[in-house]
Each structure stands twice: as structure tokens, then as C-alpha cells.
Design a protein around this ligand. Structure first.
Ligand code: SF4
Ligand code: F3S
Length: 340
């Protein structure tokens, strides 16, 4: 109920027609109850979870999510028919499980992709069962009702795509040029955002509205900076200049230590991590920009952006991704506002 309440607040689920349709007999329900009611009325959602080039961190993060816990989602709301990391079956038994979903649930299942496909060496990289990850992705996507690229590797190529990109890695959108793809960027993806996107599809039968990088607006509509607990110090011009100086100990803004929060769009400052306990910036580390395309190849995690400091709110708040970020000369500029 707590999760449904949070989703109602962030995604406005209770206002969407499929959920409102329940409002007849359930008109007296509160928004969270309405969403929970809609969720309870849906059949199990079949899911194929492909794991391509990535570290497994997005699965790790989701399996530690408590709201709802992955176990709750798997047991109650989704049928995780194929997930290479979590399933007990291996080899041909696992391949059969995936084929069974593709044949029996054609047009109904959701494909979640973790990790990036490779377009290099004729499919030799990331080959599974003798087939390239890109081929498997194309085939699995052809019968999917919706496709969720979970994490920055799947969304934009992530670490495998970082220079010199030896496997010619791409984001899912680089292989599937059309199709119902939504990107849940982040390294890893915030588990509540992945789970929230699945729940949105479950109760409405549609993917949520997205920004220009195909990320759900409900979660990626604001910069990390917009709701950062250190924001009052940014506005007051108070910055930590070293990780152990008096400013850092007083909670001052980490902008001059390389924080990319002003140009990074994700819900870290609102949803947070560890059941809402904290976020990278809150716990004392600059935002690395992990939810934006090409962040591994920016000019340095601890190098200050060159956006002008005067009028900070005007420079960044509510702007499009990339607004307010004035890149210094160098290769990082090619990633700004673009797709990795
Ligand atoms: Fe927070 Fe970083 Fe913005 Fe400073 S620059 S207010 S630490 S997000
Ligand atoms: Fe990533 Fe920055 Fe959030 S590094 S986890 S987008 S605070």
C-alpha cells in the first residue's frame, strides 16, 4: 500500500483511465487503494529478462528492493519466466523456457533488457548459446508487448560503450530502432523506478509518458539538483572544496568536487536508495551523472562542470537534459544532449 501510495504521488496512476475505470464500485477508495485494487485485478504479467553486457548490478539492486520486494513482484504480479541470473535452469532448459514464453505469450509479454548488446565482431561478443546477444534481443523483442531497457548499459550503452568501446556496444535503441522501448537509465537503475514502470504497465497496459531520451517523465522530469538536500548551500554559494574540509563536514554543495546533479535527470533525490534512506549526494559523494548518456566518458567524475554559477536555479531548474552544462573543450561535448 505504501508503494502504491508513492506511485500514485509520482506517476499520477490513480488519474489514468484504466485505473479510474475501477472508480465506479470503488469510488470511495483513496488513490493508493485504487492503484492497489487495479494491481490486484490483473493477471500475472509474463516477463523475459535478458542479461547482455553488464555487471548484474541492476538485478542486484532490484532484488534488494523492498517496495515492493522483487519476491513480492515475482510471486504476486509478474511471472519472471526467463532471467539468466536468477533462474535455476541453465543451458537448453533455459533456452526452452524463453522459447515457450515467446510462443505461448506472443504479444503479451514484457521484455526487460539489462546490459548492452554488442554490434561488433559479427556477434562474437556476448554470444549466448552460439547466438549473438543482438540477435537474441531482436527475436525476443519481435513478440514483446513492451520493452524496458533497465540501467544505463541497456538504455545508452553504459560502461561497455565507454571509449574505446571494444565490443561496439550500443543501447537497446541502437539495435531496435522502432518499438515500444522505455529507458530506465541509472547505474544501476533505481529499483523503485524499474518496479514502478512495471506496475504502470501492469495496471494501465501502457508504458508511461517519457522524455526525449525515452525515460519515464514521472521519474526523470527533474534533475538530481532540483531536490538535492545540499541545494540551499548551492544557492547560497557555499561549496565543499575537498572531501574532508569544513564545508564537506557541514554538508555544503559538492558542485566544485565534480557533482553532475545539475545536468543529471533521475529521481535519486526524491526516491533515494536503501528504502529511501539516502542518495549518493546526500551521503557525501558528487553525482557522477550515471543516468545520462555517455557519462563514463565525461571529462572526469571529480572535475567541476563549467556551467556559470551565477543564477544557478535559472540555469538548470526545469531545463532540458544538458541545459546549463557548458562543457569544457574535449570529447565530452559529443555526449551532451545526445544519445550514448
Ligand atoms: Fe546537490 Fe550537486 Fe546540486 Fe550541489 S550541485 S546542490 S551537491 S546536486
Ligand atoms: Fe547516479 Fe547521480 Fe543518482 S550518480 S545514482 S544519477 S545521484
Amino acid at each position: 500500500m505504501k508503494f502504491c501510495g508513492a506511485l500514485s504521488g509520482m506517476m499520477g496512476l490513480e488519474f489514468l483511465p484504466p485505473v479510474r475505470a475501477l472508480a465506479g464500485p470503488a469510488a470511495s477508495l483513496r488513490p493508493a487503494e485504487l492503484v492497489a485494487e487495479a494491481l490486484a485485478s490483473k493477471p500475472l504479467l509474463p516477463i523475459i529478462w535478458l542479461h547482455l553486457q553488464g555487471c548484474g548490478g541492476c538485478t542486484e539492486a532490484l532484488s534488494r528492493s523492498k517496495s515492493p520486494g522483487l519476491a513480492d513482484l515475482v510471486l504476486d504480479k509478474i511471472a519472471l519466466n526467463y532471467h539468466e541470473t536468477l533462474m535455476a535452469a541453465a543451458g537448453s532448459r533455459a533456452a526452452e523456457a524463453m522459447r515457450a514464453v515467446m510462443e505461448n505469450e506472443k504479444g503479451k509479454y514484457v521484455l526487460i533488457v539489462e546490459g548492452s548488446p554488442s554490434s561488433g565482431a559479427g556477434g562474437a561478443f556476448c554470444a549466448i548459446g552460439g547466438r549473438s546477444g543482438a540477435d537474441i534481443l531482436r527475436e525476443a523483442a519481435s513478440g514483446a508487448a513492451a520493452i524496458i531497457a533497465a540501467g544505463s548499459c541497456a538504455a545508452f550503452g553504459g560502461l561497455p560503450k565507454a571509449d574505446p568501446n571494444p565490443t561496439a556496444a550500443l543501447g537497446v535503441g541502437g539495435i531496435l530502432l522502432d518499438g515500444p522501448v522505455v529507458n530506465i537509465s541509472g547505474c544501476p537503475a533505481i529499483p523503485e523506478v524499474t518496479a514502478g514502470t512495471i506496475v504502470h504497465y501492469l495496471v494501465t497496459g501502457e508504458l508511461p509518458k517519457t522524455d526525449g531520451l525515452k525515460r519515464p517523465l514521472a521519474f526523470y522530469g527533474h534533475a538530481v539538483h532540483d531536490h538535492c538536500p545540499r541545494r540551499p548551500f548551492y544557492d547560497a554559494g557555499k561549496f565543499a572544496m575537498a572531501f574532508d574540509d569544513a564545508g564537506a563536514r557541514a554538508g555544503h554543495c559538492l558542485y566544485k568536487l565534480g557533482c553532475k546533479g545539475p545536468t543529471t535527470y533521475n529521481a535519486c533525490s526524491l526516491v533515494k536508495w536503501g528504502e529511501g534512506l539516502s542518495s549518493p549526494v546526500q551521503s557525501g559523494h558528487p553525482c557522477l551523472g550515471c543516468s545520462e548518456p555517455g557519462f563514463w566518458d565525461w571529462e572526469g567524475f571529480y572535475r567541476c562542470q563549467s556551467a556559470p554559477l551565477e543564477g544557478p536555479a535559472a540555469a538548470v531548474s526545469g531545463g532540458a537534459p544538458g541545459a546549463g552544462f557548458v562543457p569544457e573543450a574535449g570529447p565530452a561535448s559529443e555526449f551532451l544532449g545526445g544519445r550514448g
